[in-house]
Design a binder for this molecule. Sequence first.
Ligand code: SF4
Length: 67
Amino acid sequence: MKITLNENADVVATVKAGLEKTGGYCPCRVEKTEDTKCMCKEFRDQIKDPDYEGYCHCMLYFKSLQD
Ligand code: SF4
């Protein structure tokens, strides 16, 4: 398993700019809680899920099942 940044640099730049504006909270969510702080709970749970492969909600990160 490995986590990488989206290969699309424009997406990475956009999401990172959003994270800077929110002070590190998920730019695609309204609530600011521990669960929405990047890496958010949703993605942490997806990392733990042995069957999940794909992007986090904002598409900043990609979880690959291969090393
Ligand atoms: S969806 Fe992705 S970018 Fe947004 S908080 Fe979760 S891990 Fe971070």
